[in-house]
Structures are given as structure tokens and as C-alpha cells.
Write a protein that binds this ligand. Structure first.
Ligand code: ADP
Ligand code: MG
Length: 302
């Protein structure tokens, strides 16, 4: 049974000339481009923790790969290979077929080769590992931010958290089928000083850049790009934006002299400076944001 399943996965996976050996042997063998470094990231999605039955198997397949690709986008890397570890309560061919369809359609969009994995029985969980390339020494990290750097984000922030809180009623694509920001990653990698993907919430993730770069950040709530559905929903919209997670947008810093290189669909939200941590301003007044992502609203919120 398990081998039928692996054969079915193999028959659908497209591989290119970078792969000498893909699914079917004891290990995969791939060719790394000359002058490049291997960039590796892995993430696990567990049923009941990272997804529930509001997501279709196809959406789960998409998201399992997307969250990993987002990490490589944050590194300025080009994803090339992926492995897929499936832990399944039972062999449900229909579920796996749908899951694989979602997974492989995203893989094909970015020409990523599924080269192996593992299939075991147990509570539903999915572990994906992506392997990508970056020119030697060119990886974008969290540590490179400089004092005075502008801070930018891609897309809109807070949509996924909003959708989750509102029982998937609006902006559900942002939650269930996030788009990894691989194109923008390639456009910014030549001039960005630091980068992270927003998976745990903007404050937490920008906070990682601050800590890693030994700097502070000041951001302005009004400048953060937020979908109007989120802003119109509740006076507490800023908690989705600042502390919600699952955005899979990029947050990066760069020198103001490179402003003309900023791609479309990016917004400047603040600036790096001395100090520690992230300070948030609304109407030019600092607003208090408790740790753990809880926000004490004040008069500056709608
Ligand atoms: P082994 O016992 O050597 O680990 P497996 O039976 O686990 O072999 O796997 C056989 C082949 O199928 C390997 O190439 C493995 O990478 C691949 N494979 C197993 N499960 C998956 C999966 N869920 N997705 C993709 N490839 C898989
Ligand atoms: Mg195995």
C-alpha cells in the first residue's frame, strides 16, 4: 500500500536535469550549481496545531510547501529541491492525491523538484524540507541591518490572522494558500541588508532582526499595508497586524539611497535605529505593545 502511494507520488513529480537520482533509491543525488551554496530549511505542520478541517487537503499541500519556500525567500535563495515526510493515520488515497496536487502545483510554479521523503503511520503531520541555492556569501540574513536602514514589508500584513479569528470568513486565501515571496526576494537581494519572513507576527519577526543586528526599530502603524477588510472589521485590527502570524510576507531593511530599487508591492513601514526592540507609533505617539503580542489599545486606535 505504502509503496503504491510512493509510486503514485513519484509518477506525478517532475524532475529536471539538476537531479541525478530522485524518488526510488535509498537517497537522492542532486547537482549543485558552481559557485553556489546550499540553503536548507524545514518546517512541520501538525493537524490541530497548524491546520484543521477548514482547510482542504489541496490547501494543506500548498501551505506545507509555501511556508518552507517562504523561509528560502527570506534568505534570498532560489529553491530547487524538496523532500516530503508524511505521517498519515491511514492510507487515504483520495486525501493524498489532493494533497499532492496542491503541493506539486506550487512546486511546478517555481520549478522545484520533489526528490524524496518518508511515509509513516501516526497522527496526521507533514514535514517538508526545502533545499535551495544562493551565490556564495550572498545569503540574506537577520543580522545585517544597519542603523538608519529603512524597513519595508511585502504585500499586506494581518490578513491571515484576521481570517483565522473570523472563522475563515474573509481573506481565507491569505491563511490557507499563502504565496511565497520568491520573486520579490530575487529583486531585493542585491541591495537588502537583512530580511526575515513574517510567520510569527510582524513585531516578533522584526524583533528578531533587531536582536540579531543589535539595533532597535521604529515603525508607524499607519504605514503598514493592511487590507481594508481587516481595518474595517474591528477596532482591534492592529493586533492582527502587529501580532498575528502566518503572513509569509517578507520584512527587510535597506539603505535609503536604494529607494528607487524598491519593487512594487513593497511598503516602507519604519526605520532602524539605536536601542532595542520594536517601537510602534500611531499618530506620532508611541503605542504600548505588551510582550507575547498582546496589545493595550489606546486612543490612537480606531
Ligand atoms: P527507505 O526504507 O530506504 O527509507 P522508503 O520506502 O522510505 O525507503 O522510500 C523509498 C523511496 O521513496 C525513497 O526514494 C524515498 O525518498 C521516497 N519516498 C518515500 N515517501 C515519500 C513521500 N512521502 N514523498 C516523496 N518521496 C517519498
Ligand atoms: Mg524511509
Amino acid at each position: 500500500m505504502e509503496f503504491d502511494l510512493i509510486d503514485a507520488i513519484k509518477s506525478k513529480a517532475q524532475i529536471d536535469e539538476s537531479v541525478d537520482l530522485g524518488i526510488g533509491d535509498d537517497a537522492a543525488v542532486v547537482n549543485i550549481s558552481k559557485g553556489s551554496q546550499l540553503v536548507v530549511s524545514t518546517d512541520t505542520l501538525v493537524e490541530g496545531v497548524h491546520f484543521d478541517n477548514s482547510a482542504t487537503p489541496k490547501q494543506i499541500g500548498h501551505k506545507a510547501l509555501a511556508v518552507n519556500l517562504s523561509d528560502l525567500a527570506a534568505m534570498g535563495a532560489t529553491p530547487k529541491w524538496v523532500t516530503l515526510n508524511l505521517t498519515l493515520p491511514q492510507i487515504d488515497t483520495g486525501w493524498v492525491e489532493e494533497f499532492i496536487a496542491g503541493f506539486l502545483s506550487l512546486a511546478e510554479k517555481y520549478q522545484i523538484n520533489l526528490i524524496g521523503g518518508d511515509t509513516t503511520s501516526g497522527p496526521l503531520s507533514i514535514t517538508v524540507t526545502v533545499f535551495g541555492e544562493v551565490k556564495k556569501g550572498q545569503a540574506l540574513t537577520r543580522t545585517g541591518a544597519r542603523r538608519g536602514d529603512l524597513i519595508a514589508v511585502t504585500g499586506e500584513i494581518g490578513s491571515a490572522a484576521f481570517s483565522l479569528k473570523n472563522k475563515y470568513s474573509g481573506l481565507v486565501d491569505a491563511l490557507h494558500t499563502p504565496e511565497p515571496q520568491l520573486e520579490i526576494s530575487q529583486q531585493i537581494k542585491s541591495f537588502a541588508h537583512s530580511c526575515i519572513d513574517v510567520s510569527d507576527g510582524l513585531l516578533a519577526d522584526l524583533g528578531h532582526i533587531c536582536k540579531a543586528s543589535a539595533l532597535g526599530a521604529k515603525i508607524s502603524l499607519e504605514q503598514i499595508p493592511v487590507n481594508s477588510a481587516v481595518k474595517d472589521s474591528t477596532p482591534q485590527w492592529s493586533s492582527h497586524v502587529l501580532s498575528g502570524g502566518d503572513d509569509y510576507q517578507l520584512c527587510f531593511t535597506f539603505d535609503a539611497k536604494d529607494l528607487d530599487k524598491l519593487p512594487a508591492n513593497c511598503s516602507i513601514i519604519g526605520q532602524m535605529g539605536c536601542g532595542e526592540g520594536v517601537k510602534v507609533f500611531a499618530n506620532n505617539q508611541e503605542i504600548k505593545v505588551a510582550s507575547k503580542g498582546f496589545i493595550h489599545f489606546n486612543q490612537t486606535d480606531k
